[in-house]
Design a binder for this molecule. Structure first.
Ligand code: F6R
Length: 263
């Protein structure tokens, strides 16, 4: 795992974009496949990717995107559905075609139908050649995707109940807590780990505890983010505030000095 500590959230976004572009260049197969996260954390990163595309350093016009997760119980057309969010915040920003955007399907007549669609989602990722680079945020409770604490470290894409804290954190996007869906379909931690590179970005003091647990804590389902410790190519990029709980900081700074990514 590489841990990069940036002075500011803006600098973290620049580092994260460099790690994504480097990962796409290194790992790209026939089709470029990018794993997408929603939320506030990667917005600066998407802006940096857009700037890189504008400079001609990367082209997302043929890229396939796979979202980490989607709510259950709100229509695809809802402005807070992750499909609409990703169209707005990623497709229209970096130039990834909407036709190439895949989002888990949270609709169905029954839980069994949603479960079957979730399994098909994992198969679609494999059929596309696997995710080259998965962009990740982390919840204040350590969740990855919507794999809440106690999620199996080998889980596959499936329906999950959202933790109370996650619903409270995401209430800012809805007209009140009671409007926030209670369930989601999320890529499993096993699914996420199959991406060739993981790039996690976290900024702000409210993420410091989760980052310390994910990077330096025990590998544990109690902190789903700790599963990054198992991945052979995981890059964690934080700002000073989110790095505040890290004990091994001197080593990260030293190691980062020799890192590539063109930075
Ligand atoms: C989003 C996702 C979540 C978020 C996490 C952090 O697709 O899967 O794990 O990355 O909740 O959210 P923000 O970035 O809004 O703090």
């Amino acid at each position: 795992m590489e841990v990069l500590i940036a002075d500011t959230p803006e600098a973290a976004a620049v580092f994260a974009a460099a790690a994504v572009l480097d990962g796409l260049r290194t790992h790209r197969g026939e089709t470029q496949v990018l794993g997408l996260a929603t939320g506030s954390s990667p917005l600066g990163l998407y802006a940096e990717l857009a700037a890189a595309a504008k400079r001609g350093e990367i082209d997302f016009s043929q890229t396939i995107g796979f979202a980490l997760d989607e709510y259950v119980g709100i229509p695809d057309t809802h402005e807070q559905s992750y499909r609409q969010t990703l169209i707005r915040e990623v497709c229209e920003v970096i130039g990834l075609p909407v036709s190439g955007l895949n989002v888990p399907n949270g609709h169905g007549e029954s839980v069994a139908q949603i479960a079957a669609q979730a399994t098909a989602y994992d198969e679609a990722i494999r059929a596309a050649g696997g995710v080259d680079v998965q962009i990740l945020g982390i919840g204040a409770n350590g969740h990855l995707g919507f794999n809440e604490p106690a999620s199996s470290l080998r889980s596959r894409t499936r329906i999950k109940r959202l933790a109370a804290q996650t619903r409270e954190d995401n209430a800012r996007f809805f007209d009140g807590l009671d409007q926030v869906p209670t369930h989601c379909v999320t890529q499993g931690l096993g699914t996420v780990q199959e991406a060739r590179r993981l790039v996690l970005i976290a900024t702000g003091s409210h993420k410091a505890e989760a980052i310390a647990a994910a990077v330096e804590g025990p590998l544990s389902a109690s902190c789903p983010g700790s599963v990054l410790q198992l991945h052979p190519d995981a890059v964690v990029i934080v700002d000073e505030a989110a790095a505040a709980g890290l004990k091994n900081r001197a080593y990260y700074d030293d190691a980062a000095a020799g890192l590539q990514f063109g930075i």
